[in-house]
Write a protein that binds this ligand. Structure first.
Ligand code: FCB
Length: 459
């Protein structure tokens, strides 16, 4: 039996999406190509060869989708702008048709009484910039800041919440180390440099936007993982230190504390060199923020690989072929990720304890399950309700213990293109039939609407 709980007044209840995962219309409105178009169209890169060409067709159906959000009592909607829709080649004048699309979307949201929350970069780098070296080269950070300033100038009259990057760990290490995400490169040194340039781009963008509108809110979203050692054997503790370094402190320390941790520099400079780290970068990356977005899905429990264990090294952890992630036996979602709501409490309280953090939002949390519309026309996704209920309660405990958490965005509004997994992994609280584009609110969506309405959970 659980207790009824209420969140602080004004707590934001939202849903999150990303441009390439939902928009489709990749060749319309003057949009340029992104690294995800190239990657998804390369045989063998995505499950069943799925691409975001059509996705949820949100580019055409955005008004219906906003109406759905109203039904779900969403008060804030976190979405990303497609850089190649706005700057088809990653530089220069904005594409008027791209601006017009986001104008329409923002206006539709405002008319529905929903607060628009923009993410500037959720992984769809213009291909032209990748061809010029991508995130491993410094110039991409400068291009990102120009893009940010240009679109901010067009939307900041109506959009008050600006997130620079979504999950730089994924852009850098899945993109350039393991190659599981676009651009699909396997070069650990490039990944480490990419991480630095992503954060530099973040800092430059914050400066440019804040100088134009100091009254609005600026932040970044990180995917954080509580990380622990399987045993207190020194080799296991060191494995956990290294993974925690690459997953969490590589971002939290420069952004919130103004410098890279020494142990991480000792791990990574031998891999990537240090020439990409320039004087002044530390300051630029650590400009004050109004918001820290935390995406949370699961925990890492790691150890030094045992000689007899049969495991595949995680290539996204660089210089770490000797580290093995272990399962703890908790139930998993369709992604194979262990369900661990206490981990959300742990990461939020840790950030609050270890850093001078600004107010936080859970900018993503959710679960994939193999949902289907039943004979009664409904989607009975009790597992997702249980998942969210547990995580909402963990967030509430963190607030009770002093964490300044201001809102919660469920990933995702609707089933969409789940990157390398294609359409096979459904995270939505709204079901989408990709053949017909029919939307069906799942039981979890109805339940979410009630949570948002009462700003809390029933007993
Ligand atoms: C996050 C991404 C988001 C989605 C969820 C499941 O890493 O930001 O786009 O893929 O995972």
């Amino acid at each position: 039996m659980t207790d009824a709980i209420t969140f602080p007044e004004g707590f934001a209840w939202g849903t999150a999406t990303a441009s390439y995962q939902i928009e489709g219309a990749v060749a319309e409105g003057g949009r340029g190509r992104s690294i995800w178009d190239t990657f998804a169209h390369t045989p063998g890169r995505t499950r069943s060869g799925d691409t975001g060409d059509v996705a949820c067709d949100h580019y055409h159906r955005y008004a219906d989708d906003v109406a759905l959000m109203r039904e779900l009592n969403v008060d804030t909607y976190r979405f990303s702008l497609a850089w190649p829709r706005l700057q088809p080649n990653g530089r220069g004048e904005l594409n008027p048709e791209g601006v017009a699309f986001y104008d329409r979307l923002v206006d539709e949201l405002l008319t529905a009484g929903i607060r628009p929350w923009v993410t500037l970069y959720h992984w769809d780098l213009p291909q032209a910039l990748e061809d010029a070296g991508g995130w491993p080269v410094r110039d991409t950070a400068l291009r990102f800041a120009d893009y940010a300033a240009a679109v901010h100038a067009r939307l900041a009259d109506r959009v008050a919440d600006w997130t620079t990057l979504n999950e730089p760990w994924c852009s850098a290490f899945l993109g350039y180390a393991s190659g599981h995400h676009a651009p699909g490169i396997q070069d650990p040194a490039a990944a480490v440099r990419a991480a630095h340039h992503l954060m530099l781009g973040h800092g430059l963008a914050v400066e440019a936007m804040r100088s134009a509108r100091p009254d609005l809110r600026y932040g970044i979203t990180l995917n954080l993982y509580p990380t622990e050692a399987a045993t207190d054997d020194p080799a296991d503790l060191d494995a956990a230190r290294r993974v925690d370094g690459q997953s969490n402190r590589l971002y939290l320390d420069p952004i919130l504390a103004g410098r890279y941790p020494d142990d991480l520099l000792a791990d990574l400079v031998p891999i990537a060199g240090g020439e990409h780290l320039r004087d002044g970068d530390d300051k630029q990356i650590a400009l004050p923020l109004d918001v820290l977005g935390v995406n949370y899905y699961s925990r890492h429990v790691v150890r030094a690989a045992r000689p007899d264990s049969d495991y595949t090294p995680n290539d996204a952890w660089v210089g770490a072929a000797d580290i093995e992630k272990i399962r703890t036996g908790k139930p998993v979602t369709a992604m194979g990720w262990e369900i661990d709501d206490q981990g959300l409490y742990d990461i939020l309280t840790r950030v609050a304890r270890d850093y001078a953090a600004p107010p936080m939002y859970v900018t993503e949390n959710g679960a994939a399950y193999p949902d289907a519309v039943g004979p009664d026309g409904r989607v009975h996704d009790q597992q997702r309700i249980d998942y969210l209920d547990g995580h909402f309660r963990a967030a509430h405990r963190a607030i009770a213990d002093g964490v300044d958490l201001r809102g919660y965005f469920v990933w995702s509004l609707m089933d969409n293109f789940e990157w390398a997994w294609g359409y096979d992994r459904r995270f939505g609280i709204v079901h989408v039939d990709s053949a017909t584009q029919q939307r069906t609110i799942k039981d979890s969506g109805r339940w979410f609407a009630e949570v948002a309405r009462r700003n809390g959970l029933p007993a």
